[in-house]
Design a protein around this ligand. Structure first.
Ligand code: HEM
Ligand code: HEM
Length: 172
């Protein structure tokens, strides 16, 4: 069976780890702000981890273009849906970090960073569209990942076609 290249596999699983970290950090920053305890470091760490997701996704496009990609497992409607989910995941992996960056640039978080003054951090993101967009896109991402994982589990345990081997570092 053809497998994804080692670097595609590494970036795939690293993205999962970074997403979990970014999600927890984003939630922590949000909670801290509501309790008047937000810090510049909190925003910076969340932004850097989230920004790394964007960089790895761009690298992934490059690797995908350069390396052999396994052919689709089949041509059924579900296979087409799975492919559509992959494209949607890629789109959201780019849009979530971009909306996060826009959120900083279009809110008082930017002023707080440029003056390095924690007291300038916003108490609320009223009228900051990117804030709503970021939150909605994070939820869309979670839904897509859940469907994607359910699909992988279906292949692994019901169809038993060894799909996980395609995304494994162990070479056949
Ligand atoms: C894939 C990457 C990312 C994920 C999964 C993610 C996730 C999250 C989550 C779960 C929240 C809390 C949402 C809420 O409950 O309202 C959040 C908030 C936020 N994120 Fe991200 N984020 C990502 C990337 C980024 C990036 C790259 C930046 C900026 C450079 C950023 C900036 C922010 C800001 C400013 C907030 C608002 C925190 C607050 O409510 O005070 N995010 N993010
Ligand atoms: C426990 C979590 C996960 C499992 C078990 C899993 C499993 C897999 C497997 C087996 C494949 C290969 C599919 C094939 O050969 O047709 C794959 C591909 C893919 N996965 Fe995941 N995945 C997980 C998490 C994620 C996450 C968090 C993302 C991104 C948000 C993601 C994005 C993708 C994408 C975009 C592809 C298609 C690769 C390509 O052809 O370019 N996966 N995944």
């Amino acid at each position: 069976m053809t497998q994804y290249s080692k670097r595609m596999v590494i970036v795939h699983w690293l993205t999962l780890a970074l997403l979990i970290a970014a999600w927890f950090l984003g939630d922590a920053v949000n909670e801290a702000r509501k309790e008047d305890g937000a810090t510049l470091l909190g925003y910076a760490v969340h932004g850097l981890v989230g920004g790394a997701v964007l960089l790895f996704t761009l690298a992934r496009f490059y690797f995908r273009n350069q390396d052999d990609v396994p052919p689709p497992l089949g041509d059924t409607l579900l296979d087409k849906v799975a492919k559509g989910i992959h494209y949607a995941l890629y789109a959201v992996l780019i849009l979530v970090p971009l909306s996060g960056m826009m959120q900083i640039l279009t809110s008082d978080v930017y002023a707080a960073f440029t003056a390095w003054d924690v007291s300038l951090l916003p108490k609320k993101f009223t009228g900051v569209t990117a804030h709503e967009v970021h939150e909605i896109l994070v939820n869309v991402l979670i839904v897509l990942v859940v469907v994607h994982v359910l699909g992988a589990l279906k292949h692994q345990f019901i169809s038993k076609d060894g799909i996980m081997e395609r995304m494994s570092l162990r070479r056949k």
